[in-house]
Design a protein around this ligand. Sequence first.
Ligand code: NAP
Length: 273
Amino acid sequence: MTAAPQYGIIGHPLGHTMSPALHNWALARAGLPGAYQAFPVEPGALPAFMARARALPLAGLSVTIPHKVAVMALLDGVSARARRTGAVNTVYWDNGRLLGENTDVPGFLAPLRALGAVPGCALVLGAGGAARAVLAGLAELGVARVLVCARSLPKAEPLAAEFAAAALPWDQRASARADLVVNTTPLGMRGAGQDQSPWPDDAPLGPGQVAYDLVYNPRRTVFLARASATGARIVDGLEMFLHQGLEQFRLWTGQTFDLPGARALVGGLLEQA
Ligand code: NAP
């Protein structure tokens, strides 16, 4: 008898990740065997963990902070998209090879594509790991003008250069007149920074502009609430989370899951969190 496939997420610290709930629900709904669990892996323990993952073998892995870059060297190959992004968030098997993909990129793009028009100018707030996926996505979408704005200009500048974007000092972010403003900072996240917005109050976003927050807990951040109140369209971080998870599930199982059902499941869990 062959063992049921095991999937999981590696990161440190893992906190309250919603990925086990999402993927276990999706496996059960599809009638597929296997289970998905959280594997807290400290940075120094990554090579040993990946050796074990090969030996077991684990059928698929989600990868989060701080392993998205380091895991690339421990795989048999990575996709062109993951290489362009400079990070892997998904590990899967293909013909006996352990490969890396970045599903944050299509996850970020899916709700934007659903809005229809390609923004002429996009402003990315923050210059960390998630900003990489956003910048790779904006390049795939063909956005003509992209600006990267972070509280540390020395971090924004090389990242912007890597993606043919321009860097902007943090205190000039409201001057950009962007069609799309994407928050990739943790400002607004449940906890100490929940009442904060990365966007200044005195420069409200309005009709014709889109505010997109990668933060998904809470779903309605201060940034999104204010942007919606002043007439901008909004996209919450749960959409990216669900779509990146959908692409992972497809890579691991060849199947999709029901997005409205997944939205209700994870949305409900976030309300209880
Ligand atoms: P990260 O690598 O730590 O980067 C965070 C960025 O935000 C850095 O540029 C950081 O600047 C900046 N920042 C932090 N605190 C700030 C503050 N008080 N004011 C201004 N800038 C600040 O984190 P990450 O992996 O990119 O993740 C960022 C957020 O995206 C998290 O909330 C995460 O949950 C979310 N995320 C969501 C999804 C999704 O599917 N929806 C996917 C990935 C990430 P410094 O470098 O100067 O500290």
